[in-house]
Structure formats: structure tokens, C-alpha cells
Write a protein that binds this ligand. Structure first.
Ligand code: 3SL
Length: 234
């Protein structure tokens, strides 16, 4: 039977064998929610960079450059890391190069995978359907915050495990852990996430509407996938 495992932080990814597996990158607040929204809104493709310089250099190649550090838009960049920046008419048909604190780092660390796909609550059913129809095992890779575990990515992982439990066997214990967390909080996901450390961080930056938006379920029926270093729609 196909298996599912959950990596709770980029600092633990070396413990997982990604070869021949489908890896779902998760950074609910806000990187993967931005990627899903932007590609749905008409961005041609997105190139993720783990460092500022990589993204910055793409300006000369005609890319819009996007990114945050500490949650704030990088000075001189075209876009920050709000999903609403990614749903502005100026992005339609454009190529975007992005760098974020955690999400793009997780993508960078997933290069050994068979397929790297992008998950968010915004496209969870599309991700579930994609994984069900594939033959390979799955790693759900939570981007966390600077190596630490976070609530919102773990809850998404739990939601995914719950939806896949009839098709995949748990590879270790983290799927059980995140599923139990999801089951105990699913009656008020937004309320619990509003109390998370990153939601508080974003609120200090006056970023409020992104949190509720990123917790919406199934706004888009699409799956972004990494092809030759570029995120495109399947
Ligand atoms: O770390 C990341 O990848 C970002 O999503 C963090 S933030 O929400 O933009 O602060």
C-alpha cells in the first residue's frame, strides 16, 4: 500500500527519503497560499528562490520579483508575500521570482522528490484527488517557521492525512499526531490559527485579512507542480 508521512520542519527533512515520492509543500501563512492564488489568477509561472539574491537577479530577465523577510515585503521588490499581491491585475501573464523565509526553503530542500506539488487549504481537494490517482507514496512537508513546528501547516497536514486515510498507510507517527490535532481543532480552524505564533506576528505587521483568506477551503481546483525549477499548473 502507498504510504504517507509528515515532515514537521525543514530541519527534519534529511530524515526522509524523498526519492520516488510525491512531496506536498505546505506554508499556509502564506507562501503556498500565495503560489496557489497567483497561478490561479493568471501568473505564467513562479520560480522559488531560497535567497534574496536569486530572486533579485531575475528582475533583469523580465520577472516580477516577490518576497518577504520577517513577513514584510523586501524593499525594492514588486510584490510582498500577501495572496492579495498575487491576485492583482499587474501579475496576469507575468513571470514571478519569489523568495520567502520558509516556504521557498522547503521547496529547495525537496529537489530529490519525484514530484513537488504545492498545497494549501485553498486547493486541498485538488491535492487530495491528485495524490489518490498517483501510484507513489507521499511526504507532506511543512515549512514551519525557521526550523520550528507551526500550527497552521501541521493542521493542514492533519486535514490531508484524514482525507487520504483510506488510500495511504501511515509511515511513522507524525501523521497520527497531526490528524489528532486536526480532529480536535477542525470545528474552529480559523479561531485556533488566529492564536498561532505566525498569525500574531502577521497581526503585529497589520496583516489581518490574509489569515482568514488563507484558511478558506477549496477556493481553487488546481495543483501547482514544480517542473524544471518553475512552478506551473498541472
Ligand atoms: O516563511 C514563508 O515562506 C512566508 O510565508 C512567511 S510570511 O507569511 O510571508 O511572513
Amino acid at each position: 500500500m502507498k504510504t504517507i508521512d509528515v515532515c514537521l520542519s525543514p530541519d527534519l527533512i534529511h530524515l526522509h527519503n524523498l526519492k520516488d515520492k510525491n512531496v506536498v509543500i505546505v506554508d499556509i501563512l502564506r507562501a503556498t497560499s500565495c503560489m496557489v492564488s497567483g497561478l490561479a489568477f493568471g501568473i505564467d509561472h513562479i520560480i522559488p528562490f531560497s535567497n534574496l539574491e536569486g530572486s533579485q537577479a531575475m528582475k533583469a530577465e523580465g520577472y516580477l520579483i516577490a518576497g518577504e523577510r520577517g513577513g514584510e515585503k523586501v524593499e525594492g521588490f514588486d510584490l510582498g508575500n500577501s495572496p492579495f499581491d498575487y491576485m492583482d491585475k499587474k501579475v496576469v501573464g507575468k513571470k514571478v521570482a519569489t523568495t520567502t523565509t520558509n516556504g521557498t526553503v522547503a521547496i529547495e530542500k525537496s529537489r530529490a522528490a519525484l514530484n513537488v506539488i504545492i498545497g494549501a487549504f485553498l486547493n486541498i481537494t485538488a491535492v487530495v484527488n491528485y495524490l489518490k490517482q498517483r501510484d507513489e507514496s507521499v511526504i507532506v512537508f511543512c515549512a514551519g517557521w525557521k526550523g520550528k513546528v507551526n500550527l497552521e501547516d501541521s493542521l493542514f497536514a492533519g486535514a490531508l492525512v484524514e482525507r487520504l486515510q483510506n488510500d495511504f498507510a501511515n509511515e511513522c507517527d507524525s501523521p497520527l499526531l497531526v490528524q489528532a490535532a486536526y480532529q480536535s481543532m477542525k470545528h474552529d480552524l480559523v479561531g485556533f490559527v488566529k492564536n498561532s505564533s505566525h498569525a500574531k506576528r502577521l497581526n503585529r505587521l497589520n496583516v489581518h485579512k490574509d489569515i482568514e483568506y488563507c484558511m478558506k477551503l477549496d477556493v481553487f481546483d488546481l495543483v501547482p507542480i514544480l517542473k524544471e525549477g518553475k512552478l506551473v499548473l498541472l
